[in-house]
Design a protein around this ligand. Structure first.
Ligand code: ADP
Ligand code: NA
Length: 330
């Protein structure tokens, strides 16, 4: 198997990650670190595209790193760092901003969605150029593959377009990255509204499984998950979105296939699925929380990990930036 340079990032804005973040992203990161040259970052520069309380942001960034370590990222096997510790991200982003058409940036659908929700007066220029910062994040490390959700595909196309534009305007400089959308990745839906994806901006907190919550509270949320008036445990994303979501979560945590689970729950009611799922989740989350807490209780160790990560990241990032600045004429 080919060893790829992989890069991905996660925002620190919510403090606690949710189950969708873990099953949809972080768990794949843990697998990918084994056979690839993986760079993972907590993207605090991206976080300030909307207003943040400084003390809260600082705290949430550390909690995010501790959770990534608790989930199994190993600073010896991957490069784990905080984006703002590597100033080259902002520096390369400026150069890439100057290669991006205004109309090109204005076509980014995620910006259109988010700014429509916020209104033009509270939308920052930072949010507008967010995709360009993402471009810089990826190109700085000459990443071959970027594990992203479907929602980030357009940003990755922008990355390839801008990489090609730079390469042809100046000289070949950047690797063109490919999206890596793992096929086994579960899309986790809101427990109260299984037609919407689980998100930190959930309409009802009952729909959201936050990894740092008391597992007893999460068990209650699993048990009150919205299902349907049928009673048979079977998989049908359209007609039985709630039950199908619970089956997907079970499958992701237990490693059993959906078919095996449907057979296992034959003749049983939804309550049995919910109870088993709550237990399965607790078995995973309790040790996860203990590992995370151990890092939070040892700030010196967390600082050591972050200093090491920033040093490893800058070794690569500074070389790319120096080449770029030279080619641009600085
Ligand atoms: P949110 O959607 O809660 O704002 P982020 O946008 O910070 O979460 O997502 C961080 C990572 O988690 C991304 O890689 C994203 O694809 C993944 N992710 C987020 N929500 C889900 C979900 N409900 N199911 C699967 N993956 C998800
Ligand atoms: Na999102």
């Amino acid at each position: 198997q080919e060893r790829l340079r992989v890069l991905s990032g996660i925002q620190p804005t919510s403090g606690s990650f949710h189950l969708g973040n873990y099953l949809g992203a972080v768990r794949q990161w843990v697998d990918l670190q084994e056979t690839n040259d993986a760079f993972y970052m907590v993207v605090d520069l991206h976080a300030i595209t909307v207003a943040q309380d400084p003390a809260q942001l600082r705290e949430n960034t550390r909690i995010s790193v501790a959770q990534l370590l608790g989930a199994g990222l190993d600073p010896e096997r991957c490069t784990l760092f905080v984006q703002s510790h590597v100033p080259e991200h902002a520096q390369l982003a400026w150069v890439m901003n100057c290669l991006t058409g205004f109309g090109e940036a204005a076509r980014m659908t995620q910006f259109k969605d988010k700014s429509a929700k916020q209104g033009t007066d509270s939308t920052t220029v930072g949010l507008f150029t967010y995709p360009v910062l993402m471009v810089a994040d990826v190109l700085l490390y000459q990443a071959d593959a970027v594990p992203v959700g479907e929602d980030q595909r357009q940003h990755l196309e922008l990355t390839r377009d801008l990489a090609e534009r730079f390469n042809s305007r100046y000289q070949p400089t950047f690797t063109l990255p490919k999206p890596y959308i793992p096929k086994a990745t579960a899309k986790i839906m809101d427990l109260q509204d299984p037609t919407a994806k689980m998100s930190k901006s959930a309409a009802s907190p009952k729909g959201l499984i936050s990894l740092l919550d008391d597992p007893k509270l999460s068990a209650k949320k699993f048990k009150s998950a919205v299902t349907d008036t049928d009673t048979v445990v079977s998989y049908d994303e359209e007609k039985k979105a709630g039950v199908s979501n619970l089956l997907r979560i079970h499958s992701a945590l237990s490693g059993q296939s959906i078919e095996q689970l449907v057979a296992h729950f034959e003749g049983k009611m939804y309550g049995a699925l919910k109870t088993e799922l709550a237990e399965l989740y607790a078995e995973w989350v309790v040790p996860f929380q203990q590992r995370t807490q151990a890092y939070l209780d040892d700030p010196a160790e967390l600082d050591r990990v972050l200093a090491l990560g920033a040093e490893k990241a800058r070794e690569v990032a500074s070389v790319t930036l120096a080449t770029v600045f030279d080619r641009v004429g600085f």
